[in-house]
Ligand binder design. Structure first.
Ligand SMILES: Nc1ncnc2c1ncn2[C@@H]1O[C@H](COP(=O)(O)OP(=O)(O)O)[C@@H](O)[C@H]1O
Ligand SMILES: [Mg+2]
Length: 386
């Protein structure tokens, strides 16, 4: 099978990696010649489908399906229009995506089906989170401990020309689950833990059977299915939540292929969300059983003589990466490392039978990198505790 992936940045790299694992050939289209997914796919094209739809359609016609790996609305509408009346499935649901782009709109839907959300302002009291309804990547998100800070947060949201969401600041583990719908019914997949760096960017995803209790896990799956079915989702979405002492509180949904979590799920359980999505669209079943292993997916950057854990924004500066098996003892890596290079980045994917086994493997990978590259120090920062 052959899949066209439109967009060659973080989501595009994720899609190429997953397709590769499932034995699906990949074509990547990006308007930028230095988009990193171009160097890891089978067939790269530097092309903008909004500017040259005919050439894009020519490429799509040689593929079994097309998946957008970008969040540019113009491009998404263009692909949706191009493929709506064709026989080539677009692995994307424009309507659900537009709903999920607005936190206010998706919160209304979630509330209507009884999904537990953070408390509403002002009833919830301080501290609160002030965030823009329609941005992503933690842009414009702030914590407020009093009315002055709320006003400052609102100024930030206004400067982004957006509507605000003001809600209870909730504490706990950040967790995520993916859901695939066929327009009527939906299936939830595997819970992962999302670990943030000092800038609140995701630096690591952990997947193992002990992220939360079986009861919470079952509830998270049900929440995902309820939301997907109430929206009539006919593609993939993820649900992000915080596991608080009072239970799960859902922060947001995003109806598009995420980066990071699917690769961690693939490594731990053998479940390949891209393959599941593609097979669902083609009316087939993968027949894959879900394993109960563990994995860690993380990014590192080597710069100024120091190796650092970093978020995916920093990793996104990787140039001309390759897929490397067994990179310094990991299972797989996406990296632009070359021996002797003074600046490079890597995503390291490591699996094992248990969480402890994976952590031990991760430690030894870092030690090997420090040793073999003569690097003095590994710096791994966490967000400041509020
Ligand atoms: N109610 C909340 N309580 C605590 N932290 C929050 C809350 N809402 C958002 N955050 C933090 O801000 C980050 C970004 O918010 P999110 O709602 O996921 O928006 P987006 O990812 O679209 O920018 C979250 O990952 C989380 O770390
Ligand atoms: Mg988010």
């Amino acid at each position: 099978m052959r899949l066209a992936i439109v967009g060659g940045a973080l989501q595009g790299m994720e899609a190429v990696y997953l397709a590769n694992k499932a034995g699906i050939e990949t074509v990547v289209l990006d308007r930028k010649a230095d988009a990193p997914a171009l160097s890891i796919c089978d067939d790269p094209f530097v092309l903008d489908p909004t500017k040259d739809p005919e050439s894009a359609m020519g490429i799509f016609e040689g593929c079994d399906a097309v998946i957008p790996a970008c969040e540019e609305l113009d491009l998404l509408h263009c692909l949706d229009g191009m493929l709506r009346d064709s026989d080539i499935p677009l692995l994307f649901d424009m309507h659900s995506y537009e709903t999920s782009c607005s936190k206010n709109r998706s919160n209304e839907i979630m509330e209507s089906v009884g999904v537990p959300l953070p408390g509403k302002w002002p009833e919830c009291g301080f501290p609160v989170i002030v965030k823009p309804s329609s941005q992503s990547g933690s842009i414009g998100v702030s914590v407020a401990f009093d009315q002055d800070e709320v006003d400052r947060g609102l100024d930030v949201v206004r400067s982004l020309n957006d509507e605000p969401v003001i809600q209870e600041f909730v504490h706990g583990k950040s967790v995520s689950i993916e859901v695939i719908g066929n327009g009527t019914t939906a299936r939830s997949f595997v819970t992962t833990e999302v670990v943030l760096d000092t800038n609140y960017d995701c630096k690591m995803v952990r997947c193992n059977p002990d992220i939360m209790s079986p009861e919470d896990d079952e509830l998270f799956g049900r929440i995902g299915r309820d939301v997907a079915e109430s929206m009539g989702l006919s593609a993939l979405m993820d649900v992000e939540a915080i596991l608080t002492p009072k239970g799960l509180r859902v922060l947001e949904i995003d109806a598009r292929i995420p980066s990071q979590t699917p690769a961690a799920i693939q490594a731990a359980t053998g479940v390949n969300l891209l393959e599941e999505l593609m097979f669902t669209a083609l009316g087939k079943e993968t027949g894959r059983a879900r394993g109960d292993g563990s994995s860690v997916y993380r990014h590192v950057v080597m710069k100024d003589g120091v190796l650092r854990a970093c978020g995916e924004k920093e990793f996104g500066h990787v140039r001309n990466p390759r897929l490397v098996k067994g990179f310094f003892g990991s299972d797989d890596a996406i990296t632009d490392y070359e021996p002797g290079k003074s600046e490079w980045r890597a995503t390291l994917i490591t699996s094992g039978r248990t969480e402890a086994e994976v952590d031990a493997r991760c430690d030894s990978e870092i030690r090997r990198i420090l040793d073999e590259c003569s690097i003095e120090e590994f710096v791994d920062g966490s967000p400041e505790v509020v």
